[in-house]
Write a protein that binds this ligand. Structure first.
Ligand code: NAD
Ligand code: MG
Length: 295
């Protein structure tokens, strides 16, 4: 099967109930049951990004891994960002991409740290010879249904990871981006339909959407486009990392397709927004949410 084969979206991928499972953050793709599909065996490239040089954050697992595989198969050389604890997942991605003849350079670190964000951009420029796209997929989500027990450290960590990193990485990247370059952020359906137990996360994702819209206007004169992808429920380690086993077992049930999306189903949105084919698109958000209404 490839992404171009016709199929019924209701039945192509696993639906709940899923085996009960929990992990601690950041979670690992290799521990998930069933295994997420990141497009390893299905994504077919069509030379849409030949010669592109990019950074993908959160590239070890989930949506970031699917984006990295797709961008690489379209011809891009990449620097892959992830947390040091995720080395095993990251090496799987690197080995796959380099075995296909592309550059995939690993640089673990914490994007909640400005110095690491600067180093990530410098590494891409040095190792790839420049930068054409900054694809920011990394994110932190945790659950807490009572603001009285949501502590400042958790709130701070969510904002540092989900929104300060965009500020730092974008600032570091701009001096290297020529006209025709692109920036892609990752928001969430939580930005428009927040859950009561995800206050800090939902607010940070709302900020991602606004950051995207404001920066798109600021960078338009430089010929740099800024767009966002807003996923609905997607089968990644973020869920067993932040929700209880019961919630994970029914994940995606409430969507019209009755199942969560797989990371591979978001890859084409990132490719489209990175590629010159979306040249009149900036400040926009592509929602990939399995039919849940997005406002
Ligand atoms: P994931 O756990 O596979 O990916 C998130 C990645 O973020 C991790 O792999 C990790 O490398 C990275 N990360 C987290 N904190 C970091 C830090 N401090 N420094 C560096 N890297 C860090 O889960 P995913 O679902 O693929 O998440 C990708 C993005 O999609 C996130 O921004 C998430 O908020 C967003 N999203 C996911 C869903 C979903 O249902 N899975 C829904 C809406 C939005
Ligand atoms: Mg991960």
């Amino acid at each position: 099967m490839t992404q171009y084969d016709k199929h019924d979206p209701n039945t192509i991928y696993p639906a709940p109930p899923f085996p009960k499972q929990e992990q601690s953050l950041p979670g690992a793709a290799w521990k998930m049951d069933p295994k997420p599909d990141h497009g390893e065996t299905s994504y077919v490239g069509r030379d849409r990004l030949t010669g592109f040089r990019g950074i993908v954050t959160g590239a070890d697992s989930g949506i970031g891994r699917a984006a990295a595989i797709a961008l690489s198969r379209e011809g891009a050389d990449l620097v892959l960002s992830y947390l040091p604890d995720e080395q095993r997942d990251a090496e799987e991605v690197r080995d796959l991409l380099t075995s296909e003849g592309r550059k995939a350079i690993l640089l673990p670190g914490d994007i909640a740290d400005e110095e690491y964000c600067n180093r990530l951009v410098e590494t891409a420029v040095d190792e790839l010879g420049g930068l054409d796209t900054l694809v920011m997929v990394a994110g932190r989500m945790d659950s807490n249904d009572d603001i009285l027990t949501l502590d400042t450290a958790a709130f701070d960590s969510t904002f540092k990871t989900n929104i300060y990193s965009l500020f730092w990485l974008t600032k570091a990247a701009i001096p290297h981006l020529e006209p025709g370059s692109t920036i892609v952020t990752t928001s969430s359906s939580q930005a428009s339909s927040p859950s009561p137990d995800k206050v800090d996360y939902a607010v940070s994702k709302g900020a991602v959407k606004i950051f995207t819209e404001a920066m798109a206007q600021q960078l338009a004169p430089k010929g740099i486009r800024v767009n966002s992808v807003a996923p609905g429920p997607v089968w990644t380690p973020l869920q067993p990392g932040s929700d209880d086993a019961e919630t994970v077992s029914t994940f995606g049930e409430g969507t019209p397709f009755g199942r969560p999306g797989q990371p591979a189903e978001l890859a084409a949105a990132y490719v489209h927004l990175v590629s010159p084919e979306s040249s009149y698109q900036t400040g926009s958000t592509i929602s990939v949410a399995g039919g849940n209404p997005v406002f």
